[in-house]
Design a protein around this ligand. Structure first.
Ligand code: PPS
Length: 285
């Protein structure tokens, strides 16, 4: 498949999304929508499973009702087989909405309706797990080599654009809207503490429910769960024989892929680009 990206206000998106952007822009959020926003590969699916579990009061049988992309539709996604906007318009409230949009492109109705938003951020080096995803994702451009991909990533020439602008844009947006900003590394390090934070933001449940949710949303459990591991998506769209969706689920896996000189170059560029923000990431835990 020849897949192209097209710029929308300086952000490269897959062409079908950019071509029919008005549909996303005019999307009507409802006050009880909960938005999960991330840069790709930051831990979206993990947070979707956590939030759906809380929404279901820890009655985890209910999470089995459908795969992730049905339980928590992807707002801007538009392919020849489905449209996130159409799916969401037909989804009863309360809706759990996924987006990868930078804060400035989020439909304004979400802010007007004062919807709660959870933003998950992951350190840039591990976010390069995006390379393995683009290798298996047939509706995004071919990533080329690891080296070429790293260059594109740093220039913001991958789908949903620039990581630096994304994480810092949302970091600033949290001062204006009801946004819980969490880090992949923190969830990995102290899952209970971070899920408790999400519960406080969303809905408080018992310690017993918390334990069950921790177990249900572990990497191992989600990798084996057909309702969470994207195995229901046909191989012609996501070819998991190339790379599994639930690939490693670790912090610092980047060390297995960056050469020493790539890491040095990346760190120099990173320093420069993050100079203006107090946002801090951990690349190890
Ligand atoms: S997407 O396609 O952008 O929505 O992908 P996203 O879900 O954001 O990111 C996928 C990465 O998250 C890892 N993952 C997890 N890590 C730890 N624990 C759990 N439960 C979990 N679920 C998903 C997944 O393995 C991808 O990361 P990598 O580094 O590729 O393994």
């Amino acid at each position: 498949m020849d897949v192209q990206l097209k710029q929308l206000n300086g952000v490269p998106l897959t062409k079908p999304i950019a071509d029919q952007w008005e549909r996303v822009e005019e999307f009507k959020a409802r006050p009880d929508d909960l938005l999960i926003a991330t840069y790709p590969k930051a831990g979206t699916t993990w947070m979707q499973e956590i939030v759906d579990s809380i929404m279901n009061d820890g009655e985890l049988e209910k999470n089995k009702r459908a795969p992730t992309h049905v339980r928590s539709p992807f707002l801007e996604m538009l392919t020849f087989v489905s449209s996130g906007v159409d799916v969401l318009n037909n989804t009863p409230s309360p809706r759990l909405v996924k987006t990868h949009l930078p804060s400035e492109l989020v439909p304004k109705s979400f802010w007007e309706q004062k919807c709660k938003t959870i933003y998950v951020a992951r350190n840039a080096k591990d976010t390069l797990s995006y390379y393995f995803f683009d290798l298996m994702n047939k509706i995004q451009p071919d990533p080329g080599t690891w080296e070429q991909y790293m260059e594109k990533f740093l220039k913001g020439e991958v789908a949903w654009g620039n990581w630096f602008d994304h994480v810092s844009g949302w970091w600033n947006a949290k001062d204006k809207h009801e946004i819980l900003y969490v880090f992949y590394e923190d969830i990995k390090k102290d899952t209970k503490r971070e899920i408790r934070k999400v519960m406080k933001f969303q809905k408080n449940l018992s310690e017993e429910a918390l334990d069950k949710i921790c177990h249900h949303t572990s990497f191992k459990a989600m990798k084996e769960n057909p309702m969470a591991n994207y195995s229901t998506i046909p191989n012609m769209l996501l070819d998991q024989t190339v790379s599994p969706f639930m690939r490693k689920g670790e912090v610092a896996d980047w060390k297995n892929h960056f050469t020493e000189s790539q890491s040095k170059m990346f760190d120099e560029e990173y320093e420069e680009r993050m100079k203006g923000t107090d946002l801090k990431f951990r690349t190890n835990i």
